[in-house]
Design a protein around this ligand. Structure first.
Ligand SMILES: [Zn+2]
Length: 134
């Protein structure tokens, strides 16, 4: 089991199982919501994700037609996003984990949207948008 929490340690969540995939995301929406060059999200089964404390503090924002992001109302920590066409998956903001997820980032996605002030300096695969589905 993996545990995570928001910045003020009020909202807590648990993932029963392993992160299935993990990518650095360079899309402009992730950049905005994280206030950083990119975000890092890991996919887990919806059934494996549960909020264990302060669920009432979670606010949701639909950042595009099919994507809903969840964050702490008090400290602003980005927690998860969901993609409507894939209701069986939830993406967890890896930076909010309190445990080592085990898995390491597998690549850069939406690399075509990279911030002009940021450069990728590792050798992970880069994809303009989504990676090809395994
Ligand atoms: Zn918080």
């Amino acid at each position: 089991m993996l545990k995570g929490s928001c910045l003020r340690d009020a909202v807590r969540y648990a993932v029963d199982g392993a992160i299935e995939e993990m990518h650095h995301r360079h899309c402009s929406r992730c950049r905005k919501s994280h206030g950083a060059a990119f975000s890092t999200f890991g996919r887990v089964p919806t059934a494996a994700f549960r909020v264990t404390r302060d669920a009432d503090a979670i606010r949701r924002y639909r950042s595009s037609a099919q994507v809903e992001r969840a964050f702490c109302e008090a400290c602003g920590s980005n927690l998860t996003f969901r993609f409507d066409p894939l209701p069986d998956a939830v993406w967890v903001a890896i930076g909010t984990l309190d445990d080592d997820p085990g898995l390491r980032p597998q690549g850069h996605i939406f690399a075509a949207s990279i911030a002009p002030w940021h450069a990728i300096t590792d050798t992970l695969p880069q994809y303009d948008e989504y990676p090809p589905r395994a």
